[in-house]
Write a protein of this length. Structure first.
Length: 186
């Protein structure tokens, strides 16, 4: 069975002095994705390998608990607050079968979005999704236009009202300055 990596969370700030970290779950099944013993790959929010000394390539879940609506996770490789600070901001990925889909029909794995054609609500083709960047505030679709330029589209319902995976397209509601540059003469 083939697998692919999907984003399941983003590491936030440390909690306490013993290496526990707050994690923003990006999964509809946090109890499954963050089960003790689960090994999660890490990357930076821009989708590259972790940079800097001591930034782990993978983390093993030691324990997990909820505290005031926050998921707190202790990883085997993060023994103290200093190590927790180094891991702060990393995106966590888990291996899932390629045919698995999220339970929520409004959720999508990155591999489902990459390669989709991007169109405006009027039907004009803009380009293709090449990457999903996972930021602290929101995810961004990286769209490559036919001329090779990259456009960043916030992946929010107001700007991306439709995702049609079977139809191979994402519909974007264009706004001034989003897909085309603003007219400097105005």
């Amino acid at each position: 069975m083939s697998t692919t990596q999907v984003v399941v969370g983003r590491i936030g700030k440390p909690h306490g002095i013993h290496g526990e970290l707050s994690v923003e779950p990006r999964s509809d099944e946090p109890e499954r994705r963050f089960a003790p013993g689960a090994v999660l790959t890490t990357e930076t929010p821009r989708g590259s390998a972790p940079h800097g000394p001591g930034r782990p390539q993978a983390l093993t879940v030691e324990s997990v608990r909820w505290h005031q609506d926050r998921l707190l996770v202790r990883f085997v490789e993060v023994p103290d607050r200093d190590a927790a600070e180094v891991a702060r901001g990393l995106v966590l990925l888990a291996d899932v079968p390629t045919d698995e889909t999220p339970e929520d029909p409004e959720e999508f794995y990155d591999h489902q979005l990459v390669g989709l054609r991007v169109e405006t609500t009027e039907g004009a083709t803009i380009g293709e999704v090449t990457l999903v960047q996972h930021g602290a505030g929101q995810d961004l679709l990286v769209v490559r236009t036919p001329d090779g330029a990259e456009v960043l589209v916030p992946f929010v319902t107001a700007l991306v009202p439709e995702v049609d995976v079977p139809g191979g397209r994402v519909v974007v509601a264009d706004r001034p300055g989003l897909l085309t540059p603003l007219d400097e003469g105005r």
